[in-house]
Every structure is written in C-alpha cells, then in structure tokens.
Design a protein around this ligand. Structure first.
Ligand code: SAM
Ligand code: DTB
Ligand code: SF4
Length: 339
C-alpha cells in the first residue's frame, strides 16, 4: 500500500526539502497507474500548488556554440560527432544583453544562457558575471548552463546575482554511460550540490527518447526528487534527433509515456516548475495540452532553443489561446480568463 500523504508529496512541502526518500518501486507503481488515475492525481497536486492555467516562459540563448569537448550522444554541439554545426566563440556581453532585451519584449520572464563547455575557464568568468548583471538589470530572472562548476565558480556566479543554474542529469545512473563517457553521473550530482551550496536555485532534468527504459525514466525522476532539496525547475526534454550524432536514429517516445513522465515529475516534485522543454516542434497541440494538464507549467519560447528549432511565437500564442493559458509572471490585474 502506498502512503497517500506521500503520493500527495506533502512531506516537507513548505521548504521543498523532503524528510523521506522515494523508492524507484514506489514511483514506478504510480507511473503505471491507469492513465486517468495518474492524470487526476497529478493534476490535483498541480492545482494545490500552482495556478493551473499559468505557464512560466523562458528564452534561451547560446552564448558559445559548438566545438564542445564532451561526447554527449544527443548533442549537436559535441566535437565528437559530425553534426555539421559551425562552432563559434563566446558572444560579447553587449550582444547578450541586447538579445535579452528583445526576449523581454517578447514576454519571456527568465533568460537562460547556455555555453558548449565542459566547464567555464577562468578567462570567461568576468564576462559571464557581466552578462548576469546586465540581464538582471533588465528585470529578468537569469539562468546559466555552462557545464561543470567548482564550489568557487558557483560562488562567483552567486555573487554576480545568478538566479538559476541548469545542469541536467539527463537519464538514470544505470544508463548514463551509454550516452556520455567523458564525465560521470556523480560529476553531475557534484555540480548540482556546488550550485545549491552557493545559494543558486537549481534547474535539473533530463531527456526522454534516448533508448532508455521506463525504469530509467522513473529512476531519473526519483534521483531528482530525492536530492536534499528538489530542483526548483525540472526540464523534461524530448530528444531532438540530431543528424550525425550518436542518437540520430533513436526511435521516438510514445506520447502517452511522455505524458506519464510529466505526471510523475509533478507528483514527485509538487512545488517545482516542470518544463516541457526541447522537442515541442514534434508534439501535437493535444499532446502539449495533456502535458499541461499533467503538471507541466513552463516552456521555452522563441524560434530557436540553443541550436535546434522550437515552435515560434505565433504558434505558441495560438496554443495559449486555444487552451486559455497565460504567462505566469503577469500581474493579477492582467490575469483575466482567456476568451
Ligand atoms: N554544456 C552544458 C551542459 O551540457 O551542461 C549546457 C548546454 S546543454 C545543450 C543543456 C541540456 O540540453 C543537456 O543537458 C540536454 O539535457 C539538453 N539537450 C541537448 N541536446 C538535446 C537534444 N538534441 N534533444 C533534447 N535535449 C537536448
Ligand atoms: C534544457 O533542459 N533544455 C535546454 C536547456 N536546458 C539548456 C536546451 C535544449 C537544447 C535542445 C537542442 C539544441 O537546441 O541544440
Ligand atoms: Fe557539450 Fe553540453 Fe552538448 Fe554535452 S550537452 S556536448 S556538455 S554542449
């Protein structure tokens, strides 16, 4: 018998810290509930913690593209695979801030800057700090994803005022070595701990559709939920198969399985923003609607993610209208129900 309080995720709910840990068996049992029961539970928890019609919107910018030393089998930016992507140098601070300003005008509340690095170099740190300060001065939340960070680097980013750091565990510990060999699962957890210790909010999730089993997906979500404090943001990416990469021919994820994973993420991490992340161009509106019902409440907006396509503003505006969704950060006065 599963403890109902635990299914509601109410233990330690106020702080985001949980007194007890989920087991993979418990989580797998929930994942395998009849679909309607799973969605009902996930949506009830979603409603208890969030406005169910509000979706947080972030915008991505690749501040250093391609030529990456890591061998992540899914990535267009790894130098280990002939993906045809042209590598470029780190962007100038002023250009990043100008792009962030455009994103703010487009309605994004959080600006996420990504670099194709194994970890940032000392020579990059001052420019990175200047980007954080500049974007924050526009009144946006800042997020960075720059690879592995030491405790000292985490402190430097915290001092510059960084709000979030994105660092995905990507898959289960068991499957990790099949996808990436140039670093380990525990390296990822170490950076997450460094970021958390520095007082930066954590964005950590993974990818579905890399050939992993359902148990791998459940295990990945359990690892995230069992961190000393659950991540504030949990991006769930659907693999975008990149020609030339190791996973170019990976079979697509069953949309129902994808929705189940979103529901499980919501149940295991009731207070986190669950982001319907990469792969939305291949999702129907109906699939996205189910994901929002199951507990997803965050997306990336804009035509491009880091290097790959994303539904554009027009498509997302139409989707929001169809579903009566609204951006999360609007003032209460703006939050009239959609027509
Ligand atoms: N280099 C940094 C790192 O790996 O930590 C940051 C950038 S990396 C591109 C950010 C995340 O994007 C990866 O951890 C992965 O989860 C996701 N990602 C990358 N390529 C993807 C793809 N083709 N499809 C889906 N998600 C992808
Ligand atoms: C995350 O989980 N997904 C974003 C963000 N964090 C950095 C990146 C998705 C990348 C998709 C592939 C591309 O654009 O190259
Ligand atoms: Fe490099 Fe990040 Fe791509 Fe891995 S996911 S190859 S670390 S840019």
């Amino acid at each position: 018998m599963l403890d109902k309080r635990r299914i509601g995720g109410e233990i330690g709910a106020e702080s985001g810290a949980r007194a007890e840990r989920w087991t993979v068996a418990e989580a797998a049992k929930i994942y395998n509930f009849p679909f309607n029961d799973l969605l009902f539970r996930a949506h009830s928890i979603h409603r208890a913690h969030f406005d169910p019609n509000a979706v947080q919107m972030s915008r991505l910018l690749s501040i250093k593209t391609g030529g990456c030393a890591e061998d992540c089998g899914y990535c267009s930016q790894s130098a280990h695979y002939p993906t045809g992507l042209k590598a470029s140098k780190r962007m100038e601070v002023e250009r990043v801030i100008a792009e962030a300003r455009k994103a703010r005008e487009g309605g994004a509340a959080r600006y996420c800057m990504g670099a194709a690095w194994r970890s940032p170099k000392e020579r990059d740190m001052e420019a990175i700090a200047a980007m954080i300060r500049g974007v924050k001065a526009l009144g946006m939340e800042t997020c960075m994803t720059l690879g592995m960070l030491s405790p000292a680097q985490s402190e430097r980013l915290a001092d510059a005022g960084l709000d979030y750091y994105n660092h995905n565990i990507d898959t289960s510990e068991r499957f990790y070595g099949e996808i990436i060999t140039t670093r380990t699962f525990s390296d990822r957890l170490e950076t997450l701990a460094n970021v958390r210790d520095a007082g930066i909010k954590v964005c950590a999730g993974g990818i579905l559709g890399m050939g992993e089993t359902i148990d791998d997906r459940v295990s990945m979500l359990v690892t995230l939920a069992n961190l000393p404090t659950a991540p504030e943001s949990v991006p769930v990416n659907m693999l975008i198969p990149i020609p030339g990469s190791k996973l170019a021919d990976a079979p697509p994820v069953d949309p129902i399985d994808f929705v189940r994973a979103i529901a499980l993420a919501r149940i295991l991490m009731p207070q986190s923003h669950v982001r319907l992340s990469a792969g939305r161009t291949e999702m129907t509106d109906e699939m996205q609607a189910l994901c929002f019902f199951a507990g997803a409440n965050s997306i990336f907006v804009g035509e491009t993610l880091l290097t790959a396509d994303n539904p554009g503003e027009d498509h997302d505006a139409a989707l929001f209208r169809r579903l009566g969704l609204k951006p999360m950060e609007l003032r209460p006065a703006d939050m009239e129900p959609a027509e």
